[in-house]
Design a protein around this ligand. Structure first.
Ligand SMILES: C[S@@+](CC[C@H](N)C(=O)[O-])C[C@H]1O[C@@H](n2cnc3c(N)ncnc32)[C@H](O)[C@@H]1O
Length: 235
């Protein structure tokens, strides 16, 4: 019986529990292909779309061009990878990089959001760290000491746009944890907040290449040539 049919039959807490179990079951089903694929494979657009539908967070989840770029990098980096803002991207990073024994750490400030990601990972290798947003003088940023050093790749899709200072805090707080050749995939590069942050990072000496709604930021000299290419797709 679908949860919607039980709207008036059960007390609210029970309905919420059933709803949650139902949603989690859909997510785990969608994750099955990712788990079954050999490590290093990049999931097809179909597999990603299925996961997105199951996750059901259309307005907040990363767009496909950003995801494609993220997957190309994640499939080839030696890591570690740090993600700012968990969600569908966390499952994909865990499947494509975590299963190649690359360390994947995701920072998440919302306890309930973190719980939802963690309980659905089902053994996919990623660490989702609860990191509340801490007030700084000019900006807020994730409060966590649980971040690796020598980070090769940052998936910067959080904290939310409305955060004070936007995503600027990555530079002063995580800057010293980044490898010299680190790449930051910055989503929402075309918003007022995103533009401001990227301008400040550029003034600091980071190299920003814009690609519509996202940007590829190189901490050191940008490598010449095309970004890493797609390896292979799994259906
Ligand atoms: C842009 S979302 C990150 C999404 C994630 N990278 C993905 O693609 O699925 C940034 C943050 O917004 C918060 N968030 C995500 N979905 C939300 C929602 N539906 N309502 C409120 N906050 C949400 C979470 O704390 C998340 O870390």
């Amino acid at each position: 019986m679908r949860p919607v049919l039980m709207r008036h039959a059960l007390p609210r807490p029970v309905r919420q529990l059933v709803q949650r179990l139902y949603e989690d079951a859909k997510i785990r089903l969608a994750l099955r292909t990712l788990r079954a694929a050999p490590p290093g494979y990049i999931p097809s657009a179909d597999v990603i779309a299925r996961l997105h539908r199951a996750w059901g967070n259309a307005g907040w989840a990363a767009r496909s061009e950003y995801l494609d770029t993220m997957l190309s990098y994640a499939a080839q980096t030696a890591g570690p990878i740090v993600e700012c803002g968990s969600g569908v991207t966390t499952f994909l990073l865990a499947a494509v990089a975590g299963r190649r024994a690359v360390e994947v750490v995701s920072l998440e400030h919302e306890p309930e959001w973190r719980d939802r990601v963690v309980r659905n990972l089902g053994g996919l290798p990623a660490r989702v760290v609860l990191a509340p947003l801490r007030h700084g003088v000019d900006f807020d940023w994730y409060d966590s000491h649980d971040v690796p050093r020598g980070i090769a790749l940052v998936i910067c899709d959080g904290p939310p746009e409305s955060t004070r200072g936007g995503r600027y805090g990555l530079l002063p707080i995580l800057g010293s944890h980044l490898a010299d050749s680190a790449t930051i995939l910055f989503d929402d590069a075309n918003t007022d907040s995103g533009r401001l942050v990227l301008d400040k990072w550029t003034a600091h000496g980071w190299h920003v290449k814009r690609h519509g709604t996202f940007a590829i930021v190189s901490v050191g000299e940008p490598r010449h040539g095309a970004p890493p290419q797609r390896l292979s797709r799994v259906r």
